[in-house]
Design a protein around this ligand. Sequence first.
Ligand code: SF4
Length: 291
Amino acid sequence: MDPQTLLDWYSANARDLPWRRPDASPWAILVSEIMLQQTPVARVLPVYQDWLTRWPTPAALAAEPPGEAVRHWGRLGYPRRALNLHAGAGQIVERYGGRVPDTYQELRTLPGIGDYTAAAVAGFAYGRRHPILDTNVRRVLARAVTGVEYPAVATSAAERRLAESLLPVADAPRWSVAVMELGALICTARAPRCDGCPIASSCTWRLAGHPPHQGPARRGQTYAGTDRQCRGRLLDVLRTASGPVPKAALDAVWDDPLQRERALDGLVADGLVEPLDEDVYRLPGVAEAGK
Ligand code: SF4
């Protein structure tokens, strides 16, 4: 896989996304990377713009109660990410003087930041050279290099070594984002467009005649009727209320009482919802909307 071919393709085809612009701060890149975990770009864009306008620095977010982070997370899903960002902003202020740390090791110590996000922020914000293995990159490398349709469910040490060996010496972060973009736009999960692919002539899976997937069946995610959906409904009530809400308002949005109680207990246990006296609930630390 010739690095320059991919870099040239990226220069001509990359989407103009705000976190990729030269003026995007390390904080903006960190926020975008957390939001983009398991969430499509189109859904992230408006929430990202709102967050960066409201909280342009870690200090600005850390100065607000965690419930405001949850409120402005909107419907991005997996809202513990909002709490992690809020807690991370506090740690960045306390331990790093308000500046997002610039090494993989320091980034890994922040809440909710795993291998991928630490590598991505160190690379995209500070130009450091780390293999950045997101879903798209893993799929492209599986096809183009290993010759299989899909990677294994979990990232293996061999996969990491392969990714590291492919990283160019110069422009490593830009090369990584180019592979990511190829996976998002051309080498998609279900319908790769090999005819328009810049690395088609060297792609192992294509040259082998697109052999079918041999591993376990890939499951699609269901949402309707799940505890996740129920939690989302309950949080919507709290997010759109101007202050604490009575339990009856939560009961009204989900019929199944057992599932509803389980979901509410889970939200409280995760710190996303705070119970007050007499069956009243609120977003954590938020007395009234915007206060
Ligand atoms: S040739 Fe097809 S399968 Fe191979 S990397 Fe390009 S789009 Fe993916």
